[in-house]
Design a protein around this ligand. Sequence first.
Ligand code: GDP
Length: 660
Amino acid sequence: MAKVRIFSLAKQLGLRSEALITALSELGVEGATPATAIDEDTARAAAQLLAEQAEQARRAALASQQVAAEATPEPGKAGEVVTEEEEWEEEAEELVGPSPFYEAEDPLAELERQLAQLEAQAREEPEAQVTPLPELVARPTGPAPEDMVAVPPVVTVLGHVDHGKTTLLDTLRNTNVVEGEHGGITQHIGASEIEFQDRRIVFIDTPGHEAFTQMRARGAQVTDVAVLIVAADDGVMPQTVEAIGHAKAAGVPIVVAINKIDLPTANPDRVKQQLLEHELVPEEWGGDVVVCEISALTGQGLDELLEMILLVTDVQQLWGEPEAEFAGIVVEASMDPSQGPLATVLVRRGTLSVGDVVIGGTAYGRVRHLRDWRGKSVRSIECGRPVEVVGLNDVPEAGEVVTAAESPKAARQLAEERVSAARASTLTGGAGVRLRALYDELHGQERADLNIVLKADAWGSVQAMQSSLEALGNELEEINLSVVHSAVGEVTESDVTLAVASKAIIIGFNVGVSDSARRLANDENVEIRIYNVIYEALEDVRDAMYGLLKPVYEQQRIGTAEVLQLFRAGRLVVAGCRVAEGRLERGARIVVTRNGGEVFEGTLETLRHFERNVSRIEAPSECGVSTSEFHRWQEGDRIEAFIEVEVERRRTAAADTAGQ
Ligand code: GDP
């Protein structure tokens, strides 16, 4: 159903937004702002309430005139009544204001007309064609058109704490920079460009899967390849597993870097063995995961790692459009005491130049300075490269999409709209997913996704739960169930962020939920379900899945009857019948057959028992049946009655399985 913004509807009806907002709050819709979009039914309900109030006001006005006319010579008393009514009337006038809506003969018909007009406008307006922000910064796929340029791949380094993420980035920055700049990089802007074999590779400097997923939760996916770093002396650790889950959920290819091979205790083979448990099969063992052995400290194996990064991303054919309108993603932002807000933006489309006006989330401004990743001032920077932007009025959030604006005024207006839209969405709940919402998603669609983040107390339970859930997912075609991440341990903040980014619910088995995870889940409206018995968890998900489905109806035969005699009642022919088995019901679908051939199919409109109208009648009993759709009854006709019943899906599925 189409939605309308309160201010557009109010404008169209000649009302003030506040009038509609007040009416909505009387209807229990709290926290609406002029920017809130409401569905047409809600709009109708609010308008109806206003129309009723206006009608009351009109009547009150009329009554007050009468009272004034009939007033006795005691002016004091009559005056009081008049004043009260007048006040009331003024109040109504204040609330509703003079408006064509109230002056219309039939305000509700007027509303329908205006709604239709708004819908027609929405269809014509280019607004409908605006590309959603995340799509603007998504990677173009497929072969590059002729005038496009190849862009460097973007890499994020993920892994357990102390396994060497920072060291790897430092070493790469210091050894693979443009000649003459060795050791000269002291300032970090949040992303670095490594030169390797005359090509560039962009590294996001905030390592770790939390930052990676937080950006994704904002809608922006910047990473083309994830380097999973695992210390050869320590092996796969809890955060390694989390990182694998997050990278997989994002659909980003993984290159494994087994680090610290300079240590005598290094055991790369053990690491590879452990990776197998997480379905990462090294190429040398017949799988498709590239594994490099490196020492981030000594630099050993780093060239091979960079080569592999290029190899893996070359397959993706990354390209950009330098001539397109600018769009970028914030990868890091901070407040600098002397320069104001600073934002590192990865340019995804077009070119960003000093003097451009940009907006990212609700932060906007004219670009005063641009600095490349080494801190050198530049006038402009093209797609594929990171740049530090000075000139915004506020600090945007990482992951926010930045676009060009026509003027600072246009940017301010857009920012204000976003502020009120954000306020409205905070009031109506966050971005997270609940099973209920999936039900809405399924409406009008063939399939719905049910994504699950799974946490359990032991590895065995993780595996058992995961395979049972996946088996459950295969039961129903309409539900695309996928476990996007599973791991051992309590439900953490990072799980909630992942759930937001992947539009997933969280299922915990015999585990707790950290306080911060609980808070974030509340804010983001993410559903967390904790169970202690596997069977219960599966039953619950199964119920939810079946509850998600659109109901399926089936014709069920409820009874038969035979026509014994015909009566006339005005123009109607009534068939006097005997119910042979089951029952007849008013409103049931009936099929009338004569000598084995069907003569009528339609609705049983009237059912009588003696002189009384009844809604149902059971066998063995006599009754009169009639319908305005059919009059050519004959004695001996046979009636079969059917009703539509909702089929319980689970039983059907179970029966299907049993029948196989
Ligand atoms: P992070 O927490 O993943 O960023 O890990 P760091 O980069 O801070 O590294 C943690 C510790 O491991 C530091 O003391 C590093 O010097 C050390 N380290 C990192 N890489 C290597 C390596 O390849 N060999 C050795 N021997 N130590 C390393």
